[in-house]
Design a protein around this ligand. Sequence first.
Ligand SMILES: [Zn+2]
Length: 383
Amino acid sequence: MEINGARKGNSDLLRHHNRALIVNLLRHKGPLSRADLSRLTGLAPSALSRLSADLIAEGLVRELGKIPAPSGRPPVLLALNPGYASAVGVKIEKERALAARVDLLGEVQAETVVPFGDPSPGAVISAVEEAIAEVLGERTLGIGIAVSGFVDSLSGVCLFSPILGWREVEIAASVRRRFGLDVHVENDVNALTLAEARYGAGKGISDFICITVGEGLGAGIVIGGRLYRGATGGAGEFGHTLFDPQGPRCRCGERGCLELFASDQFLLREARAMGIDLEELVRRARGGDPDARGIFARLGENLGYGLKDLVNLLNPEAVVIGGERAISEGDLFLPRAAEVLREHAFAGGADGVRILRAELGEEGFLVGAAEVFVESFFAVPLG
Ligand SMILES: [Zn+2]
């Protein structure tokens, strides 16, 4: 009995392994014919036929129209059904919660925004739950929540978020109780980095840094094709590396953090010194005003020095740049940042580094928050 049990266990495992192989091929290379799949997996056509029939019956795989063949019977193409299951991605911002239903191919199927009045944990979590309820699908793999700040992904606790004014806020437990689903909490820039790695500018690049320039300055680090979270989830706090020990006080409590010199906070300070607001500063720079353009160039320079340190430390293949200010005004400061980086990196180490614009925009945060569950859905069981 025991031996039979073990054999049955092994054959189940093998069957699961082969199913996962087929599903992953369809995910990355689909649509494919049964003959393509047989060739790529090394499975006999009869075995492949049986497995694909099961997958079609379950609804995870579907048959597409026939493709024209020069002669003989045209092969039927098989494709993944991306709506078979979904995951929810959430982003907590300063004044609102966003949620999206993300399908198995990383496409957003439904999206919603719920504003909250004050950023007290209770108000924010109830806005988060309302947003999730609006986009929840029928077969949900889990809920991923992206939040700015220092996040302990394992316990689902936001340890410190200067933007929200949070310390030690338990996020996952309440959401898990309410929906009865797995919940994963992630730093927001890490979530964007995951999405860019899988579907955006970082696709196919095994070592890169993704930075965001907006109200703050953040970084996500991909090493060997995997997101590097650090020992306790705090890796990538690029904005709170030191730029000037005598500089102004940062919202993290320290002095002279890079974020104060290479984010909207720098532009705001400079605009105020000129007696104008940030919008006016942007307008003047766009109109060719040399002073306003000079401020953006200095932002680029400061960012370039920060990037130099990152590149010297990690030797990435590419730097992917996103975030609201980079999306809207990147042309005014990113060229200068790239110039400073190349000029000052150690031993010309930045010469081959590609500077890429993030491709996924705001939706990237939501797709990335959901991505851990999509990834685990496709994970191949280990023999
Ligand atoms: Zn700081």
